[in-house]
Design a protein around this ligand. Structure first.
Ligand SMILES: *Cc1c(COP(=O)(O)O)cnc(C)c1O
Length: 239
């Protein structure tokens, strides 16, 4: 990586502030998830030490070692407590590994998964805040439910009492010119606004998990409340 961690934090922070200014938003509305899927345990610990407590991983197999080591070490000083976000597609039979360890699930995209999450959460006596992943761009390679299926999907979620839908998540296609992603993020915001007006979860579906290293400025301008930053923030280490 050409920059130190401190330098990268400064670059990211400056861009977040500028995006907030351009769109008349407050910096407090935007939360950063440090996506540690490409980096080692040591780098993950370094992110925590730099105050990035929200950590994102997309596969349990890859996250397990880091999760276990960090959980074993976590002291009681509340400011360093990691909060884990599961951001990758989740097989229903893996829900039992992840629920109870990851606080937030960003990839709820089908009822069979909702059922698996709910079952495990019930056993543990917890409720799981979930983002519903929407495939706004319609790319075949992207996970997520189709925008027109969102309303009926959300209606059926009320069966699963241990799930609280708290927002929507999407991934934009990679664009060499990040401005091109704007319609995707705007569409997710419009869907969120519709859910707020028309669904029984109007009060809870408030968040937007959108924006990655390549396009987070645009996502913030369009209303992101959680941006998921891997490469640009914590880097990408070759195995
Ligand atoms: C890997 C990943 C990210 C972070 O990607 P970068 O481009 O490295 O910032 C964000 N969200 C999801 C769902 C991911 O899988």
């Amino acid at each position: 990586m050409p920059f130190t961690f401190e330098e990268r934090i400064k670059i990211v922070e400056d861009r977040i502030k500028q995006a907030c200014e351009r769109s008349g938003r407050s910096r407090d509305e935007v939360h950063i998830i440090a996506v540690t899927k490409y980096v080692s345990l040591d780098t993950t610990k370094s992110a925590l030490e730099h105050g990035f407590c929200d950590l994102g991983e997309n596969r349990w197999q890859d996250a397990q070692e880091k999760w276990e080591a960090i959980s074993a070490e976590s002291d009681t000083s509340a400011d360093r407590q990691p909060v884990w976000h599961f951001i990758g597609s989740l097989q229903s039979n893996k829900a039992k590994d992840v629920i109870g360890k990851f606080t937030y699930i960003h990839s709820l995209d089908r009822l069979s998964l909702a059922e698996a999450i709910d079952k495990r959460a019930l056993q543990l006596g917890i409720t799981v805040p979930c983002f519903i992943q929407v495939n706004v761009s319609g790319e075949n390679s992207k996970q997520g439910i189709a925008p027109e299926e969102l309303a009926p999907f959300v209606e059926k979620l009320s069966r699963y009492k241990s799930i609280t839908p708290i927002g929507l998540m999407t991934m934009a296609p990679y664009e060499a010119e990040p401005e091109q992603t704007r319609p995707v993020f705007k569409a997710l915001r419009v869907l969120r606004d519709e859910m707020q007006m028309n669904s029984e979860y109007g009060n809870t579906i408030t968040q937007l998990s959108m924006g990655m290293s390549n396009d987070f400025d645009i996502a913030i301008e369009e209303g992101a409340t959680w941006i998921r930053l891997g490469t640009i923030l914590v880097g990408k280490e070759e195995e």
